[in-house]
Design a protein around this ligand. Structure first.
Ligand code: OAD
Ligand code: ZN
Length: 255
């Protein structure tokens, strides 16, 4: 394949004129960092039932088990590094005046890569809070115990600061996501299966407000029908290619 041929001139043109770009990301963008996705053959939800591990009921029923599962995932995340896809979104900030990354991921990799404007729809696994009094704890502030750690202030159970099934997306984060989607001239949906709402409604919201909507995924998803363009490929290949094309002065669309 000719280098850059996966990037359409329509997309390049839209990006060259864009003042505002919003990027919705899902587990797929972190797959190349070695963090398992939720769905698909190797996905976490193939091996574990989400309702047994990722809900407040599950946590109250079996706090040690749920904590152990998150302790394992915290470990995986700590040992991983941002990849070329995360870095390309940082590079985009130098090329577009307004870039918002709206992530469903809890792995903190966009922030570690250096993205300045990250909206966390599903929380962040590197933070925690007391289920009773709400006191906040960074990972470093938590004593290494075999089971679930206890709040130093009230003795309550400490839980990861992630959004569980049955819980609401933090309203302030949702407002930021909606605003960014409405404002975007170009909207990317990257590495998400597009079936978990309300996050999956953002590409359509962006489109309704005039954005050119582009999906980047290794396969077709339910979003593929509504977007303007789907680029089949790995986020870690496609996003750096888009940045490279944007930087290159080769193509002149003025004629
Ligand atoms: P999924 O696991 O549902 O989907 C991952 C998507 O990434 C799939 O569509 C894959 O085809 C795609 N993919 C895999 N590798 C890729 C790569 N290298 N480049 C591009 N795409 C790739 O993950 P999400 O859509 O993020 O919610 O899942 C949404 C939410 O469901 C998660 O945030 C989580 C889960 O339950 C909560 O925890 C609240
Ligand atoms: Zn407490």
């Amino acid at each position: 394949m000719q280098a850059g041929s996966m990037i359409s001139s329509r997309l390049l043109q839209a990006l060259r004129g864009a003042k505002s770009v919003a990027v919705l990301t899902g587990a797929g963008i972190s797959a190349e960092s070695g963090i398992p996705t939720f769905r698909g053959n190797e996905g976490l939800w193939k091996k574990f039932k989400p309702e047994e591990l990722a809900s407040v009921d599950a946590f109250l029923r079996n706090p040690d088990l749920v904590w152990e599962w998150y302790a394992y995932r915290k470990h995986v995340v700590r040992e991983s590094q941002p990849n070329a896809g995360h870095r390309a979104l940082v590079d985009l900030e130098a090329l577009i005046p307004d870039v918002t990354v709206i992530t469903q991921n809890v792995d903190n990799l966009h922030q570690r890569a250096g993205s300045k404007n990250v909206v966390e729809l599903h929380g962040n696994i590197t933070r925690n809070f007391c289920n009773d009094c709400g006191a906040r704890y960074d990972d470093e502030a938590i004593p290494e115990t075999p089971g679930v750690p206890r709040c130093q202030k009230c003795g309550g159970l400490i839980r990861p600061a992630v959004v569980w099934f049955g819980e609401l997306i933090p309203p302030d984060q949702w407002r930021l996501a909606e605003t960014a989607a409405r404002r975007a001239n170009v909207f990317f949906s990257v590495g998400t299966s597009g079936i978990v709402y309300p996050a999956a409604s953002l590409p359509l919201l962006a489109k309704d407000h005039g954005a050119y909507v582009v999906e980047i995924n290794t396969e077709i998803t339910p979003l593929s029908d509504i977007v303007d363009e789907t680029i089949i490929g790995k986020a870690g290949d496609v996003l750096p290619e888009i940045v490279a094309q944007l930087r290159s002065p080769k193509e002149d669309f003025s004629q």
